[in-house]
Design a protein around this ligand. Structure first.
Ligand code: ZN
Length: 151
């Protein structure tokens, strides 16, 4: 178990050092800002959605290793997914980090995102891990105000 934990930590640190899709997108169809005042994490999310599918997704911002790596893994994960799938993944990810049980199939589908199950033991970290996802939901709802993490 502790080896597994170290592996997870390695993935998180790696994505924090070299975040994927870390850039502004001048041309985008959806956009939102996210802020987690408890930790000071801030991010800006850009999406290019066409025919109900995420063609491109990127982010910029500054935050702790958990929030940055979560945003990095999320953008990697969601590219090419449909909005309907994305809504479902948001719910599964939220369940994962808040400690609700997922079935094997749901866990399987989350792939690498499953490493964030570890944050459920640290309530303050749940907000760091879910900030990018809450911002995503705001962007999809085309709300312009800043996303605040909630319980
Ligand atoms: Zn944080």
């Amino acid at each position: 178990m502790s080896e597994l934990r170290e592996l997870y930590q390695e993935v998180i640190l790696d994505h924090n050092r070299n975040p994927k899709n870390f850039r502004k997108m001048d041309v985008h169809s959806h956009h939102a800002n996210g802020h987690n005042p408890l930790c000071g994490d801030k991010l800006e999310l850009f999406l290019e959605i066409e025919d109900g599918t995420i063609r491109d997704i990127s982010f910029v911002g500054s935050g702790c290793a958990i929030s940055t790596s979560s945003a990095s893994l999320m953008t990697q994960f969601l590219k090419g997914k449909t909005i309907i799938e994305t809504q479902k993944y948001f719910e599964h990810f939220h369940d994962l980090v808040t400690g609700k049980l997922l079935n094997d199939d749901e866990l399987d589908k989350l792939g690498k995102l499953a490493i964030f199950a570890g944050v459920q033991e640290f309530p303050a970290r749940v907000k760091c891990a879910s900030l990018s996802w809450h911002t995503l939901m705001n962007a999809l709802g085309s709300a312009t105000e800043t996303a605040q993490t909630e319980d």
